[in-house]
Design a protein around this ligand. Structure first.
Ligand code: ZN
Ligand code: ZN
Length: 147
């Protein structure tokens, strides 16, 4: 059953999602800053099998020289440029950019990673968890922040 849906700006790529998120995260790493052209990227992760792309498949760009050492595949619409999500080859998940999900106003993200690379104007909500670097299997080091 469809629980979420989404689209790029020009709607050449749309998707349907049948499951609930497995993780939700804001990433402040250098790679996310430069690939988004913005301060950070917000991802909602789903099981790969739960995500069905309709219309045009997103264009992919594989980057093997990321600052944090993990190859990343950026997925975007080649017509309108919308950042649809990413694929991390070492993770069994599909990261979807929150801004492409139709139901995004109902989704809250409290986990923040790569806080040590966050831009100086970034603030966090009262219920936020902030990790200095990545958060792999719950082993990430928490960063103390003033809220
Ligand atoms: Zn598009
Ligand atoms: Zn990142």
């Amino acid at each position: 059953m469809e629980k979420y849906s989404g689209r790029c700006r020009c709607e050449k790529t749309t998707f349907k999602i049948s499951g609930e998120p497995t993780w939700k995260v804001n990433c402040n790493c250098n790679w996310c800053q430069t690939t988004s052209g913005s301060a950070f990227r917000s991802f909602v992760l789903f099981k790969e099998d739960d995500v069905t792309f309709l219309g045009e498949r997103p264009t992919s760009y594989e980057d093997k020289k990321t600052e944090h050492g993990r190859p990343m595949i950026n997925l975007f619409c080649s017509t309108c440029g919308t950042q649809i999500g990413i694929k991390v080859p070492s993770m069994e998940a599909q990261h979807i950019s929150i801004g492409t999900i139709d139901q995004r106003k109902n989704i809250n993200i409290t986990c923040n990673i790569w806080g040590q690379e966050a831009l100086q104007f970034i603030g966090y909500s009262k219920d936020a968890e902030v990790y200095k670097t990545g958060y792999w299997n719950g082993t990430g080091e928490k960063m103390l922040i003033e809220k």
